[in-house]
Design a protein around this ligand. Sequence first.
Ligand code: G16
Length: 540
Amino acid sequence: MAAASPATLNEVVIKHRSSLHPRPDVTFAYGTAGFRTSADLLDSVIFRVGLLAALRSKKLGGKVIGVMVTASHNPEKDNGVKLVDPMGEMLHSSWEAYATQLANALSAEALIAALQQIILAAEIDLTVPATVVYGHDTRPSCPGLVKALEDGLESIGVKGIAAGLVTTPQLHYLVRCYNTQGTKEAYGEATLEGYYQKLAAAYTTLAKGRHLLPALTIDCANGVGAPALKAFSSVISHDILPLIITRDDTTTRGALNSECGADYVKTKQQAPPGTTLVPYQRYCSYDGDADRIVYYYADDKGVFHLLDGDKIAGLVAGFIMDLVKEAGLELEVGVVQTAYANGASTEYLTNKVPTTCVPTGVKHLHHAAESYPIGVYFEANGHGTVLFSPTALSTIASHPTPSPALANLQAVTEVINQTVGDALSDMLLVETVLLHRKWGPGEWDAAYTDLPNRLVKVFVKDRYAFSTEDAERKVVTPEGLQAGVEAIVGKTEKGRSFVRPSGTEDCVRVYAEAATRELADGESTFSRRRALNEAKQAND
Ligand code: G16
């Protein structure tokens, strides 16, 4: 932990260190998941994020702030960085502008001026000691970028706690543990060992005495999920959780997220090449930093079926609702989705539970889920978790009538990583439900049939020319684009389509769904062509 700090910035040190991390001629923006771009452009940004993380910790009375260096599902050549607030949630949106401001300061002097402005505007007491815990994924660019982060922290007098190689959700977990230890909200032991033991103990409680399912095959996207999963499987009995770990090559250059991982499977709607799907066996894919998961299987005709975030939300919400009822509790369960949720899933869920639609990005989903006693949030891409409100947790903990359902509900609150989407923890939750329901993937999938859909990336000159409203379901600019989309969608059975700029990649995403595969593909082709034309016009 840091010692008491001086009341002013050491401008000489910051200027000198900043000169060692020169800013490229690029404009940066703190987007959906922090800063994310080509790794060779990020050195100055990450140095400055170190400064900002220290200020954020000071502003919050010395609470531990997290910094994760990762670009998650992006190609290996990219990297990124995001800040984690004290309860393990995403950086408060009011500070995103500060992050952008610091990243874009044109010189060392401008950087000092921007820091001073933030200190003044946010009323930060520099004498408060700051603590920052930081970790990184398996990208080859991480060691250099972590060094830049450490330079930033040191130049503002903060030592920092190095968590090393971690999944994104592990870093979120550690932050929350540090900030709650010794309180009645203590979340767990602030070590990776503590994380593995907590999940293993909860899952063992949930799986005990149940018939084993056949082994689950996991594609780790050749990312940090592989070592994490191996560490986890060493603390849980193979008899409780038989796993087959694949795509675990974290040393071959270019392997990360390449033709594997959750994003590949979700976008291509197929298993990673070379995977032989045994009918009705369970397969899942993590993404590069293990904060997303999708399941899939093949039926007896060899047809591929995807069990994405929407399907996970439906499975989990139904299970928790049943446990709540069986335990004799009255706690409302709500589900949060985004525009990417398949129309069939929204129809299925809205008939069962209150459902909210918010813009893409964990911070939006997390925030909306907090308004329910038990909030289940999942993006269709497999990013999600379950939040139990403090009242729900104390209601569960103090319920006077013990029952198996109550014990299971308690274990569910422990097995799920409530700080953020977590592939490993979500996997345990899905496995729990399947064990308890005695379901295979086919039974799980039977709840509803997804509308055929297509998600495509369109590379445009300026993605910032695209803006949206209505939880990203309507594109506002370029003008005329929405009318064009509606004209086609209106003529299409069960048609729905939207266009939005990505917050993590330099592209525009186009989603289309319809009653049949042919219609859905027609929609996305139309939207793509139209988006391209409009983008060109907007950039002229
Ligand atoms: C991040 C965000 C997710 C978002 C995804 C894609 O995921 O955390 O909420 O769905 O990016 O966002 P966009 O469509 O704006 O590029 P990850 O797993 O890449 O960190």
